[in-house]
Design a protein around this ligand. Structure first.
Ligand code: AMP
Ligand code: ZN
Ligand code: FE
Ligand code: FE
Length: 270
């Protein structure tokens, strides 16, 4: 029997991934996964086409989303699982994020204009298949225009935190994000805590009413996982994990490179 593995963190073309939801489901099965969660940034639109397809193909799908939030000046990602798809709190929150992103993207394009790179918003919209447009799309456009030679270079030179074309946009609080997910019947999980730069930020976040933490992530070293597993054990939090697969835009993260077992999967479904 194939051991149960569920990758609970990946992105489709509805946000900044390059695979369609159907392609993600096919790839998950070909990688030997039994469960999957598509956690697009700030949108749940993938589920309209993913649910029936996954069920027909025999892949267990856990509803997911990854919300962008801020604690002071630090970006914090919050995963939401098993929420009620029909709850308007979730869809309204996603809609507010899309509006916020539009203004933020305009601000980033304005900064790029000042640096001498003219990009029309339409060029960005055409590039994106879904509602969530973000920095990876802008990075791809910079590559397509020959301004940089890779997405990584676009982040390193212009789009990363504190770089010349970076703009944080209107910040959304972590506490509000947790509340929306939980009020929509979902589980709020602190995403990739090892990527948080400041210990003061981590200490603040670990006191919030999260339901769980993402302890397994892409190729996170074993020793680092131990810290988050201990945090979860102390707080009686759920554990999640996944690859953060984005397709060709982030080729180093392969689907199925990180996963949770059946027990953790079922706990998130309760
Ligand atoms: P946004 O949601 O618009 O702030 O963009 C965040 C996305 O950009 C995340 O999915 C990250 O995977 C991606 N990202 C952040 N930093 C980098 C980087 N240095 N290189 C490539 N992708 C990055
Ligand atoms: Zn992303
Ligand atoms: Fe993230
Ligand atoms: Fe992600």
């Amino acid at each position: 029997m194939i051991p149960f593995k569920a990758d609970l963190h990946c992105h489709s073309c509805y946000s900044d991934g390059t695979d369609t939801p159907h392609a993600l489901i096919d790839l998950a099965l070909s990688q030997g996964l039994s469960g999957l969660s598509i956690t697009d940034h700030d949108t749940i639109e993938a589920y309209a086409e993913a649910i029936d397809y996954a069920s027909a193909k025999g892949l267990r799908l856990l509803k997911g989303v990854e919300f962008s939030a801020y604690y002071l000046n630090d970006p914090v990602h919050v995963l939401g699982y098993n929420y009620d798809l029909k709850n308007s709190l979730i869809s309204d929150f996603c809609a507010a994020h899309i509006t916020r992103r539009r203004a933020r993207n305009e601000a980033i394009l304005e900064k790029l204009r000042h640096l001498g790179f003219e990009i029309d918003y339409k060029e960005l919209s055409i590039l994106s298949k879904g509602p969530t447009i973000g920095r990876p799309h802008i990075a791809t456009l910079l590559v397509n225009k020959g301004i940089v030679s890779s997405v990584k270079e676009a982040f390193d030179r212009f789009l990363g935190e504190g770089k010349s074309a970076f703009d944080p946009g209107e910040p959304v609080g972590v506490e509000e994000t947790i509340a929306v997910i939980q009020q929509a019947g979902g589980k709020a999980i602190l995403a990739h805590p090892h990527l948080l730069k400041k210990e003061s930020c981590i200490s603040f976040l670990l006191q919030l009413p999260f339901d769980g933490i993402e302890a397994y992530y892409a190729s996170l070293p074993h020793r680092s996982q131990e810290r988050w597993l201990k945090v979860a054990q102390e707080r009686h939090w759920l554990i999640s994990g996944g690859s953060d697969y984005h397709g060709t835009v982030k080729p180093q993260n392969q689907l199925g490179s990180s996963w949770v077992d059946e027990l953790a999967f079922e706990a998130l479904l309760k």
